[in-house]
Ligand binder design. Structure first.
Ligand code: ADP
Length: 235
């Protein structure tokens, strides 16, 4: 047998040059990760700033005064979070869940308004949700002293957070959740003081409480302290 002519060896692929050029195109595992430049919006002039604010309070129940402030706030802040304080020390008329549902219904027309609940320090909550401002309402000079104290304390706790005060329309300047509760309890009309859905919920609550009180009375019991919020008649 004659010797077979040896086949030319098949060219290896990729060759050394090709291998080098592919290696250059692939990201090396040792290459530093891509870090986009850090831009602090708070310091950048000319760029759009997105300002998120919280509007904390009890909202027991939410009133037209609260709604007026929410509407004003939604116009100047990019995002507004209505934040219901979960305060175990208070004896509220409505549960936090009920207040949340009412506020969600009342604010559904505003694209940039949401509702949340929180406990603990307002400034801690504001930081957690990355808010830069706290919105509070001032109805009359009587609100001012307390609100000023609270705003200055919050500034001490968290200097980067601003408190912004807004005034409601004059027709709401005498309106408070406490007065709404008292007027309703005494059988007065709260029609123009709260949105319709809140009015209905307040009436339901008070009817239930009255039925409960009547049942207790006919059973010869002294009305229990726990229900005293329906019987306080300050007006
Ligand atoms: P809080 O217990 O924190 O005072 P409220 O629900 O009573 O909770 O009030 C929350 C915020 O809304 C406060 O800043 C209060 O001044 C403001 N506010 C309450 N009622 C009105 C109103 N009628 N008009 C404008 N602001 C109001």
């Amino acid at each position: 047998m004659g010797r077979r002519a040896s086949r030319p060896s098949s060219p290896k692929w990729p060759g050394e040059d090709a291998r080098r050029s592919i290696a250059l195109q692939l990201p090396s595992p040792l290459a530093p990760a891509y870090n986009p430049p850090f831009v602090d919006l708070a310091l950048t002039e000319g760029l759009v700033k997105r300002i998120k604010a919280i509007y904390p309070g009890s909202f027991d129940p939410p009133t037209n005064g609260h709604l007026d402030l929410i509407e004003r706030g939604s116009k100047i802040f990019d995002e507004l979070v209505v934040a219901i304080l979960r305060n175990p020390e208070k004896d509220p008329l409505f549960s936090v869940a009920d207040r949340r549902k009412m506020l969600e219904a009342m604010t559904s027309v505003f694209d940039n308004v949401s509702v949340d609940t929180f406990d603990g320090l307002t400034v801690d909550y504001a930081l957690r949700v990355e808010a830069r401002a706290i919105l509070r309402g001032i109805r009359a000079i009587s609100d001012y002293e307390y609100e000023l104290q609270m705003a200055l304390m919050n500034r001490k706790l968290q200097p980067g957070l601003e408190t912004v005060f807004m005034m409601p329309a004059e027709k709401y300047s005498y309106l408070s959740s406490r007065l709404v509760r008292e007027v309703a309890q005494l059988g007065g009309s709260i029609e123009c003081l709260v949105p319709d859905l809140v009015e209905q919920k307040v009436r339901e609550k008070i009817d239930v409480a009255h039925k409960f009180a009547n049942r207790e009375q006919s059973a010869g019991k002294t009305p229990s302290e726990g229900k005293s919020k329906f019987r306080k008649k300050k007006l």
